[in-house]
Design a binder for this molecule. Structure first.
Ligand SMILES: NC(=O)c1ccc[n+]([C@@H]2O[C@H](COP(=O)([O-])OP(=O)(O)OC[C@H]3O[C@@H](n4cnc5c(N)ncnc54)[C@H](OP(=O)(O)O)[C@@H]3O)[C@@H](O)[C@H]2O)c1
Length: 368
């Protein structure tokens, strides 16, 4: 059965991240043996300080920089037991970079470093050469930005996106416009495309599933040391309306207008390991619409004590004037996701629960 998990060995990359921390939590709860990569010993200590009950349950591997030359072979060679599955989440998520070309799209020009698509190909290559016959599936945390069109006319709702769509954005366009969000879109599109190319050309003994979430919000369980530890998307979509970044809603726009809760993203990754319907698929994760006004409405309703700090805007004007985002037809993905669950059905966490639980986690961590 797709949902039965036990004693199998998972390699999880970027384990201290916002999303990966939730994935790690579910993997451990379902009894998987986990090797988790992080960038330093200090980050291992941070994880165990945040989650003391995880002590002794995780094998850690330190990889300081995934974009440095070939760090992956050693992961497989040094592993005490072969991997059954890989979940690859590590990837820079930073919409504030200064130099799109050298920091985001082509770090290769900095010398030994490689681009995100080259990094994805390298880990797949190592998995192919050293993973052995026990390795069954590689699950890549992709993004809806490799599906949607970065140049969509936001003033008119177009035909809904499906699993068949690919973002036409190019590196040249991102660099020419000096636009970090476009740069991120290029790097994620190239990384996913490189992964599918590799599977096609090398036919490894494992298969590939790519999970493509839109903006991810929700509670934070990763190590937090101050307001800067709020992950990029929870910051721009939620915390920026509480921490004084935006003193009004009018004029604030989002780069994307659909969201999914981090707990649904994590659950989908772990379900996908054993879901026989998921191999070779792109799985879209879209819960519903998110907008600046919807977010402030939820914060003001559920946290009266924060009202003085959160702009009111115009509560009934849910989308910014003139914004009509294109929707998503996710029927195929929903069918796959359902088959990966015990219940045989997939339910998304609502925006209200996602925002409320995110804000609660920020208050508990004293970062807002
Ligand atoms: N957040 C979203 O809305 C969203 C939406 C769609 C897809 N995604 C994808 O989800 C994944 C995780 O995102 P997240 O929001 O959880 O971000 P995050 O909290 O910033 O986590 C990113 C992880 O990647 C690691 N990392 C970054 N650059 C690295 C490098 N050069 N070498 C080794 N490790 C590196 C980070 O390590 P350090 O912390 O040590 O730097 C961290 O563990 C990314 O692939 C992202 O593209 C995110």
């Amino acid at each position: 059965m797709a949902y039965q998990d036990s004693g199998l060995h998972v390699l999880l990359t970027g384990a201290n991240g916002f999303v990966a921390s939730h994935i790690l939590s579910i993997l451990l709860a379902r009894g998987y043996a986990v090797t988790a990569t992080v960038r330093s010993k200090e980050k291992v200590a941070d994880i165990l300080k945040t989650h003391p009950s995880w002590e002794g349950k995780i094998e850690f591997a330190i990889v300081a920089d995934f974009t440095s030359a070939k760090p992956f072979d050693e992961l497989f060679i040094n592993s005490k037991a072969p991997f059954t599955y890989i979940i690859h989440t590590a990837s820079p998520v930073n919409f504030r970079v200064e130099d799109i070309q050298t920091e985001m799209i082509e770090p290769a020009v900095r010398g030994e470093a490689m681009s995100i698509d080259a990094m994805t190909t390298e880990i797949l290559k190592s998995a192919h050469h050293y993973g052995g016959a026990t390795l069954k599936r590689f699950v890549l945390l992709g993004s809806a930005v490799s599906v949607l069109n970065s140049f969509e006319d936001i003033t008119r709702e177009g035909s809904p996106y499906t699993e068949k769509n690919w973002n036409p954005v190019t590196a040249e366009e991102a660099i020419a416009r000096k636009d970090a969000v476009l740069g991120y879109n290029v790097s994620k599109t190239r990384a996913e495309s490189a992964a599918w190319e590799f599977i096609k050309s090398e036919s490894p003994c494992f298969d590939l599933a790519v999970i493509n979430p839109d903006v991810i919000t929700g509670p934070m369980i990763h190590p937090i040391s101050g307001p800067k530890s709020i992950n990029e998307t929870n910051h721009f979509a939620i915390a920026s309306f509480i921490d004084g970044t935006h003193s009004q809603v009018e004029g604030v726009t989002f780069p994307f207008y659909h969201f999914v809760d981090v707990r649904d993203v994590a659950r989908s990754h772990v379900d996908t390991l054993t879901n026989t319907s998921a191999g070779g698929q792109r799985i879209l994760l879209i819960s519903g619409v998110i907008s600046p006004q919807l977010v402030v409405n939820i914060i003001r309703k559920n946290f009266p004590a924060l009202r003085a700090r959160v702009p009111e805007g115009n509560p009934s004007q849910t989308l910014p004037p003139g914004v009509h985002p294109t929707g998503w037809d996710t029927r195929l993905s929903l069918d796959i996701l359902s088959k990966g669950t015990k219940e045989g059905s997939w339910e998304y966490i609502s925006l209200e629960d996602s925002v409320t639980d995110a804000v609660r986690s920020m208050i508990e961590a004293k970062v807002i």
